[in-house]
Design a protein around this ligand. Structure first.
Ligand code: NAD
Length: 258
């Protein structure tokens, strides 16, 4: 029987890559995130063409707990349960702490941290009942180390690692593992969008930011790809990874080894 995978923020970037990886193995996918209806429809078709089971799009806004609860309930009702929950939705804002807009702080904490609490608390009863489940939180190298001008993002990503460990302990005897993936830089719209702001904050050109800030962080001097992250997510969802819980796996080209 096809497994069911919910991926938040899967209309773009890493989330879409993870959804496509699971789709390629025949999984049912609950796709979520923002986008124009025609773009979402095209992405949905791409997942189906990759070999997915049924693809359900749910537009839950990750800042709205009641919409998140509805997404989880709809997934369970449609597919009879959730096997893998991937908390991936995330945004970024780059500014010095004393100029950091309060509404941006609140949004980043809501989307990058609190939404995972809401999806997890809604999905856990179903997973406990099945005695099986996988929760994968997409954190970041910024869950382990900091960079200037990213106070909200770094705080949220450090927080998600704490949530990962806590819930892993709570579910350890229920057949449910909870882990985080900490990617380094992946060239997605999220990274592309922060280049101009970083350039402004650091008084650099955009080209300098790519070379001297972004790839400077990664000893391999290469971006991580969404396909590599998707493969790791599939491994964490496999039976072979049953004893991996309450931890993170870095995929950051050596960034956090420094
Ligand atoms: P992206 O901008 O390409 O995709 C973000 C997704 O989240 C989109 O589908 C968007 O619609 C969705 N989203 C944003 N706000 C939402 C909301 N309120 N409700 C529902 N969905 C919402 O970004 P990405 O680079 O693919 O990032 C995905 C995750 O990976 C994020 O958590 C990010 O922090 C993390 N990450 C990214 C990188 C990187 O270099 N790109 C590195 C480490 C970690």
């Amino acid at each position: 029987m096809a497994i069911t995978v919910v991926v938040t923020g899967s209309t773009s970037g890493i989330g879409f890559g993870i959804a496509k990886g699971f789709a390629g193995k025949g999984a049912n996918i609950v796709m979520n995130g923002f986008g124009k209806p025609e773009d979402i429809e095209a992405k949905k078709k791409e997942l189906e063409d990759a070999g997915s089971g049924k693809v359900l799009y749910h537009a839950a806004d990750m800042t709205k707990p009641e919409e998140i609860a509805d997404m989880i309930a709809t997934a369970e009702k449609t597919f009879g349960g959730i096997d893998v929950l991937v908390n991936n939705a995330g945004i970024q804002h780059v500014a010095p702490v004393e100029e950091f807009p309060i509404e941006k702080w609140n949004m980043i904490i809501a989307i990058n941290l609190s939404s995972s609490f809401h999806t997890i608390s809604a999905a856990v009863p179903g997973m406990k009942k099945k005695g099986k489940g996988r929760i994968i939180n997409i954190a970041s190298a910024h869950g382990l180390v900091a960079s200037p001008f990213k106070s909200a993002y770094v705080a949220a990503k450090h927080g998600i690692l704490g949530l990962t460990k806590t819930v892993a302990l709570e579910l350890a005897e229920h057949g449910v593992t909870v882990n985080a993936i900490c990617p380094g830089y992946v060239l997605t719209p999220l990274v592309e969008a922060q280049i101009p702001d970083t350039a402004k904050a650091r008084n650099m050109t955009e080209e300098q930011v790519k070379k001297e800030v972004i790839l400077e962080a990664q000893p391999t001097k290469e971006f991580v790809t969404v396909e590599q992250i998707a493969a790791l997510a599939q491994y964490l969802a496999s039976d072979d990874a049953k004893q991996i819980t309450g931890t993170h796996i870095s995929m950051d080209g050596g960034w956090t080894a420094k």
